[in-house]
Design a protein around this ligand. Structure first.
Ligand code: HEC
Ligand code: HEC
Ligand code: HEC
Ligand code: HEC
Ligand code: HEC
Length: 398
């Protein structure tokens, strides 16, 4: 790497030199690559991929944000590791190849079958995304072509860097750059991951809103450490890339309202839900994610009622049994049996009827939860309550 091996720019501005073990690690990567690059015809690889903390030496703020993103944890995540072990146990070790395409995408450019190198462990890294030259999500596993080398590609036009060469890339300003991992069709044609195609059919796409406009908003921070280069506009794209684990995002996604009507001994509740703010279905991503609507009614004479609706995708395996664990969705032969999610821009009306004595006061509450249970049970379950409202409904006046 020119900017690293020449070293000047980095050493001049950065307080701590990289630890010795890291340099040894890089040398090992280089040696491995040299040995294998002649045998590998696949991707264009002109230099060894860099661990993200190297980029962080100059791009400090962006590194800090990325470090707390789901992308940085896509390999380390226990949820992923458990699902990976489960998938290997159920479908053979070979299935890992499929998973690692997206969870450790740098394996395209390094030989690391034992997954010991930093660049494979850190998951969706700076160098992977900023070396992407094309993405083709046409069918099956999308094809992502990377060109790892001196040139880092991004959204800034006509800039210069002492760190490395830069190139403006239109791809990086479009949803297509995310499609390589956020879309996957299995050999039977089932879209296991469909966020990109859901977005393509959304009103947001028609208005020209890209994934980045919602998930990588601009925020005040330095593109590079000011000691490396003074840049006039101090703003960057949010690299935490928040999603369904963020209450703020869930609030943006769904609006709800309730309308109670009492007639005789019947209380009718009409709930209107709108997917107003996600440029895709809610929930999206891994098929095991759910949004759950609970409605509870208690009456002054002590009766109580509960009902729920579940919004999600439901899959069955080749034998016809329901898939409930994250490790099962990528198995061959799986089929989608139903999809009750709130599509992009959809308005859904749910009606509930309860028998409430006319002289009782009714206490009504609804709640919306976001749920993910990767092991298909209570273990490791995430449950966030993101919308709730209570109403007291007086008895009907005689
Ligand atoms: C020695 C300091 C240094 C290091 C290390 C460094 N960069 Fe940069 N980078 C810069 C500077 C300076 C700019 C120009 C910023 C500007 O003008 O706004 C830049 C710009 C960029 C851009 C914007 C390009 C564009 O045209 O949009 C990207 C993307 C980028 N760097 C990625 C990386 C990645 C990935 C790494 C690690 C593999 C890395 N950088 C390591 C200094 C560095
Ligand atoms: C190289 C593959 C890859 C690319 C490219 C990629 N992602 Fe991801 N993304 C992942 C993986 C893998 C995860 C899940 C990580 C985990 O939780 O284990 C993820 C998770 C997410 C999440 C979930 C965050 C959460 O907390 O629920 C969002 C949002 C997201 N990505 C948005 C994007 C956007 C926007 C882009 C394009 C700018 C993008 N991704 C590009 C692989 C990728
Ligand atoms: C999931 C892919 C992905 C990862 C991982 C990623 N970036 Fe980015 N980055 C992008 C995209 C996409 C943009 C442009 C967004 C836009 O303009 O809409 C961007 C923008 C940038 C820019 C230009 C300034 C800005 O914020 O707009 C720099 C510099 C940069 N990234 C550096 C890094 C560094 C350093 C890391 C790791 C610490 C990193 N990126 C990790 C996708 C990624
Ligand atoms: C109009 C804004 C908007 C656009 C455009 C958009 N998203 Fe989202 N996204 C959201 C909101 C709001 C949420 C939170 C609700 C949810 O989890 O479904 C979300 C959630 C997610 C999640 C988390 C999944 C989960 O439920 O944990 C992923 C992954 C994601 N988006 C990826 C993408 C990708 C990839 C694109 C582009 C193809 C994209 N989004 C386009 C607003 C948007
Ligand atoms: C085409 C790319 C792709 C492939 C192949 C893939 N994944 Fe993922 N995976 C993703 C993306 C993107 C997300 C984030 C979507 C979301 O947030 O719902 C994700 C999320 C996950 C999650 C949820 C992580 C969390 O923290 O919530 C698990 C578990 C998971 N994947 C397991 C696997 C396993 C096991 C395999 C292989 C059998 C696999 N994945 C194959 C792209 C992929």
């Amino acid at each position: 790497m020119r900017w690293w091996s020449a070293g000047r720019a980095v050493r001049r501005f950065v307080p701590a030199a990289p630890p010795h073990s890291l340099r040894a690690g890089l040398a090992a990567v280089a040696a491995t690559l040299a040995a294998f690059s002649l045998l590998l015809a696949a991707p264009v690889t002109r230099a060894e991929p860099q661990p993200s903390e190297m980029c962080g030496l100059c791009h400090r703020d962006i590194y800090t944000m990325w470090r707390s993103s789901a992308h940085a944890r896509s390999m380390e995540s226990l949820v992923f590791q458990e699902a990976l072990q489960g998938a290997k146990a159920d479908h053979g070790a070979g299935v890992a190849q499929l998973c690692l395409n997206c969870h450790s995408p740098m394996l395209q450019a390094v030989q690391d079958p034992k997954l010991r190198q930093k660049v494979t462990w850190e998951g969706v890294s700076c160098d992977f995304c900023h070396s992407l030259v094309s993405v083709d999500p046409a069918k099956g596993l999308p094809k992502q072509v990377i060109d790892v080398g001196d040139v880092k590609r991004g959204p800034i036009r006509g800039t210069v860097s002492t760190g490395h060469e830069v190139a403006y890339s239109d791809l990086h300003t479009k949803s297509l750059v995310c499609a390589g991992c956020h879309e996957y069709q299995n050999p039977e044609g089932v879209r296991v991951l469909a966020t990109y195609s859901e977005w393509k059919d959304s009103g947001a796409a028609k208005e020209g809103k890209q994934c980045q406009d919602c998930h990588m908003d601009r925020t005040a921070a330095n593109v590079v450490d000011p000691r490396v280069k003074r840049v006039s506009s101090a703003s960057v794209n949010v690299h935490e890339v928040p999603g369904g684990h963020s209450l703020e995002f869930l609030h943006k996604a769904v609006a709800a309202s309730i309308e109670p009507v009492r007639e005789g001994d019947t209380l009718t509740l009409t709930l209107r839900l709108t997917n107003k703010g996600a440029g895709h279905a809610v929930p999206t991503g891994m098929p095991g994610r759910r949004v759950i609507l609970n409605v509870e009614v208690k009456t002054s004479s002590g009766a109580s009622f509960k009902e729920e609706r579940v919004y999600g995708r439901f899959f069955a395996d080749a034998a016809g049994d329901a898939v409930v664990r994250d490790s099962g969705y990528f198995a061959s032969g799986v089929k989608e049996t139903s999809d009750s999610r709130l599509k992009a821009d959809e308005r859904r009306v749910e009606t509930f009827r309860f028998q409430v004595p006319p002289d009782d006061t009714a206490f009504v509450r609804y709640q919306l939860h976001y749920e993910h249970s990767p092991l298909g049970g209570p273990e490791g379950r995430t449950r966030l309550t993101f919308l709730t409202e209570q109403r007291t409904i007086a008895p009907r006046q005689p």
